[in-house]
Write a protein that binds this ligand. Sequence first.
Ligand code: GTP
Ligand code: ZN
Length: 197
Amino acid sequence: MSTALLSALAGATIQDLYRELLLRIGEDPSRDGLLKTPERMEEALKFLTSGYEQDALEILHEAYFESEYGGMVVVRDIEFYSMCEHHMLPFFGRAHIAYVPNKKVIGLSKFPRLLNMYARRLQVQERLTEQVAHAIMQTTHAQGVAVVIEASHLCMMMRGVEKQNSTTSTSTMLGIFLSETQTRSELLSILAPRGRR
Ligand SMILES: Nc1nc2c(ncn2[C@@H]2O[C@H](COP(=O)(O)OP(=O)(O)OP(=O)(O)O)[C@@H](O)[C@H]2O)c(=O)[nH]1
Ligand SMILES: [Zn+2]
């Protein structure tokens, strides 16, 4: 890209860029239905990438409660929407987050908040899974953390290979979930589809 073009782009707003994009795909950005579209797109993009402005400590740091609970906590079926970094198309599905506390439990709502934070960045499913697991482990010093994500990728559905029914599963196991087969088996039996337990 030429220096002149780069400096011209640097002065452009996100809405200018979206207007140009509409022109390049053969649309007329001045027609009635599209007049406010660059503004709407900017707003949507800011929301969908708002995770860059947050960090895990900020989300988790005031929601620890002392507890002697020594079992496993599993928050399952947390729905999420993210965008793949390759095509900037959505991938979405469900996450299951489990941990074994270490004298402190975390407010349950913080798990979906943490997932949303990482999901609202350009992602690959593998990294999303790892980031959620490591953030919980590092901030809470839990005995173990496990994150399982099942997702459908629109870049594999509405374009490319056009497969409508495939889903992708990823999992990250840390601490006791890695070292103890029994703990891992307990989690897998909790996550097994109902009727197959
Ligand atoms: N591992 C991983 N791959 C992803 C994820 N989301 C999208 N992809 C893949 O990223 C790859 C990008 O491959 P490229 O060959 O560079 O792009 P492409 O030509 O658009 O690929 P096709 O989708 O096969 O048409 C594709 O195989 C996508 O399926 C993800 O979360 N994890
Ligand atoms: Zn993609």
